[in-house]
Design a protein. Structure first.
Length: 141
C-alpha cells in the first residue's frame, strides 16, 4: 500500500524492499519527509489522527546514520506502543536530534498497508539537492 504522499516524500525502486526519499529545505525537513514516506507505506497518513505524541531524542554526528537512527526509533516506538504515526517534527542542535511523532492506536477504519520492519544502510544518502536536501534509504518490509 502506498498512500498519497506530499511532495517532500517519495519512493525509489529496490528489489525486495522499498526505497524511501524525503526532501526538504534542511536535513531535518528531509528526515520528516522520509518518515512520512515510511508511514505512508503503513496506512493513509490523511486518516491518522494526532492523538498521542512520542518524543524521540538521540545523538549522532553522522547525518546519514542519523537518518537511520531517526527512522528506526520511530518504527520501534510505533510497534512497541501499537500506534500508527502520521505527523512528525525534528530539530537538531549540533549532534543532538530531538523530534516528536504524533499518531493514534490502530483502529477500525485505518487501512493496514505494508509492515515496515526497519530502515537499513542500503543506498543510504543524505545530501544537498535542488533547492534543499534529500534523504534516502531502503526500508525492510
Amino acid at each position: 500500500m502506498r498512500g498519497a504522499l506530499p511532495t517532500e516524500a517519495s519512493y525509489f525502486d529496490h528489489d525486495a524492499d522499498v526505497g524511501v526519499i524525503g526532501r526538504g529545505a534542511r536535513p531535518e525537513d528531509a528526515f520528516v519527509g522520509a518518515a512520512r514516506a515510511v508511514f505512508a507505506l503503513v496506512t493513509r497518513l490523511a486518516d491518522v489522527r494526532p492523538l498521542e505524541a512520542i518524543d524521540i531524542e538521540f545523538e549522532e554526528a553522522d547525518v546519514e546514520l542519523a537518518l537511520v537512527a531517526w527512522l528506526n526509533r520511530l518504527i520501534a516506538q510505533s510497534q512497541s506502543r501499537g500506534l500508527v504515526l502520521g505527523d512528525f517534527t525534528l530539530a537538531r542542535e549540533g549532534d543532538r536530534w530531538r523530534g516528536t511523532a504524533r499518531g493514534e492506536p490502530w483502529r477500525e477504519g485505518l487501512e493496514r498497508g505494508v509492515d515496515v520492519k526497519g530502515a537499513t544502510l542500503t543506498m543510504l544518502s543524505v545530501k544537498p539537492a535542488a533547492g534543499g536536501w534529500e534523504a534516502r534509504c531502503v526500508v525492510d518490509v
